[in-house]
Design a protein around this ligand. Sequence first.
Ligand SMILES: [Zn+2]
Length: 341
Amino acid sequence: MHLCQSPSSKKVVATSTIQCEKGRGSSPLEVKGFINCLEQFDKDSFPISTVATDRNRQLAKWLREERPEIEHTYDLWHFSKNIKSKLRPLIKSKKRKVLEGWIKPVGNHLFWCSENCEGDPVKLIQMWLSLLHHVTNRHKFSKKYPNYPKCAHKRYTKEESLKKKWIVKDSPAYVALEKVICNKTNLKEMHHLTNPYHTGSVESFNSLINMYAPKRQEFSLNVMDARVKLAVLDHNCNVGRKQSVIKRKIKIGAEIGEKKWKFQCSRLSKDWVAKEVKVPKSYQFSNNLMLEVMRRKASNVVEIHVAVVETPANIAPIERPSTSEIISKRERLSRFKRDDI
Ligand SMILES: [Zn+2]
């Protein structure tokens, strides 16, 4: 399942449900799903200027060659998550323990670089690499990075500086961090980050999909497509709900409202975060759907369109042998086991 979401309204505006193909990875499917979504916009002559996607080189190549007029942005959240996932295993060693306090700032720094590089990929890379100086308590680097000659933060006081866990240059922690920060593939693809965008709200839609189409259950393509569309209706009817407010009476006739929060501790970052508690969801869309079905039934208007799609029986990478072949193989194996004893 592939989807396109409007960055301003956060509503899902196009979806594409595709059957997995035998022995093929997910990357070509992502490209196919993306093209299907794009075709829906083309059909309505809806112009697309920028798209933000997960990191997918095949898709980047397709867009570069087939639709060069569209700006292709990578999702910052996934990019940053990937970098942080490379840093986390490093802190297991005592020699690199100091990196623990830097994982979150490194992730935040990527967001900050993207938001402040003014669309300049050279500046973005220089800002990103300057981190290797900042972590050693050096904040001026005009000769090395002319587009970003010094850190943008205010000058630290002596007390502030003493509180920071600076990393010693060329120490094991520094060398390991340098390897991650200077990763060639990342640097090569960073020009996709000059237009900051993150698809965090798509993640919440994916968890909604799991509710309508649980992964442990199997569905035919048509049913899967219908379930995805139900999830889209649910999402679009409820996206952008306001934060819930608890009203408290302070005296007769007067009350105050207090915003409702829930607090969660992230297992990965080991940090507590406050999340807004939204007002309850509305399921009016399902009532409207049921009413429409009943109306059509009552007026004998039957408009059911079933698209017949030929789908493969399975997605196994090799052809299924005959039943007798599989059974005789099983018998052979069980005979070996007996003989081993
Ligand atoms: Zn600095």
